[in-house]
Ligand binder design. Structure first.
Ligand code: KG4
Ligand code: ZN
Length: 340
């Protein structure tokens, strides 16, 4: 086996995106993502439908990833897959597929923790992108996760805090839904917020100790606020949409930044890497830029395709584990709850 040229086929199926990628060492050759549109009409991910869609998508998505990378499966060094955390029915599809393929090709199988992968996505090689240096703080913010992690080394991570209820992306999406925006409403809310006044309305911030988060109260206060306003003015939402969006976004970004600042204070580490779909948010990007200018932080945001759920991030972890010789056996099973 060629030790210099490692080709990893990676598979991600933890939630509602079926993805396959091929990496040559730390570089992405292909990263194919099939996003399941079916959930839009339900306003959230329906686990049973997600599992079925993964079954339909997985073979074509893997074929496409190999074709785009111009790699024959006989050239592959190993198969990496998301073992968890995620939806059990979704994880099972990727796990079974990866196990069968590794067995058929007689190559190593590598299990990957999805939350570690969101963080290690920063190490995918990209032109003009500098990876963070150890130790650094990582904040993973998406529709499924909200975590702050102390990253001491590739596989030496400590969870410092996480959400006790909704993920931050859900806070965006559920608030957007209350305002009548279509699912997932986060990006739309962000766009409208950019033309609004962030201090027009005030929403209470949750009182949660330490570095944990809570977002379910915010959704409720947005709901009550809108209901109250509509009673007085049935046109309130259309007349004040930008200001309401800006105020919600401002509240969420302040919650995230307050915790990040506390984490920086507690650890003395000013290198902050973010990931997950909410990293696209203009408010969080502006706030991080401000922290760089005023507080001397260095922030890292990967390319957007590596922020949302994708298999390339599974592939980079596969590569790092391959180098270490950390492999899984055929007895490995999917794990819906899987700590970092
Ligand atoms: O990482 P991701 O694609 O999927 C998972 O949830 O794992 O993240 C999707 C989440 C959704 O909640 C979406 O509304 C949110 O990220 N999102 C945003 C923005 N872009 C995506 N939220 C706020 N502002 C954005 N610009
Ligand atoms: Zn994710």
């Amino acid at each position: 086996m060629d030790k210099e040229n490692i080709y990893i086929l990676a598979i991600e199926s933890s939630c509602d995106d079926t993805s396959a990628a091929v990496l040559h060492n730390t570089k992405t050759l292909s990263n194919v993502v099939a996003t399941q549109k079916i959930h839009e009409e339900f306003g959230g991910v329906v686990p049973e439908l997600a599992s079925r869609a993964h079954q339909q998508n997985i073979v074509p998505v893997v074929h496409q990833a190999l074709a785009k990378a111009n790699i024959d499966k006989k050239q592959l060094s190993a198969i990496a897959f998301t073992r968890g955390p995620g939806l059990m029915g979704s994880l099972l599809v990727g796990t079974s597929f990866a196990k069968s393929l590794a067995l058929g090709l007689d190559i190593p199988l590598i299990e990957v923790n999805h939350m570690q992968a969101h963080i290690l996505a920063h190490f995918i090689e990209e032109e003009n992108v500098r990876p963070p240096e150890f130790p650094f703080l990582a904040m993973t913010i998406s529709g499924g996760h909200t975590q702050i992690v102390l990253v001491k080394h590739y596989f030496d991570m400590e969870l410092l805090g996480q959400t006790l209820d909704d993920a931050v992306g859900e806070a965006f999406d559920k608030s957007a839904k209350i305002l009548g925006l279509s699912y997932p409403g986060g990006p739309l809310l962000d766009r409208l917020a950019q033309n609004g006044n962030p201090t027009a309305f005030r929403f209470p911030k949750p009182k949660v100790a330490g570095l944990d988060f809570s977002f379910s109260g915010l959704k409720t206060s947005v709901l009550y606020f809108v209901q109250r306003q509509l009673k007085e003015n049935p046109k309130f939402v259309e007349e004040h949409l930008n200001d309401v969006c800006a105020s919600i976004q401002h509240t969420i970004v302040t919650i995230l930044m307050d915790k990040l600042k506390l984490a920086v204070k507690q650890t003395g580490i000013k290198d902050v890497a973010i990931g997950g779909g909410v990293s696209a948010n203009s408010g969080i990007r502006k706030a991080l830029q401000q922290a760089e200018d005023e507080l001397g932080w260095t922030s890292y945001i990967p390319k957007f395709e590596y922020c949302t759920d994708n298999a390339a991030m599974i592939g980079i972890v596969g590569y790092l584990k391959y180098k270490e010789g950390t492999f899984s056996d055929q007895g490995v099973t999917a794990k819906a709850r899987y700590h970092i």
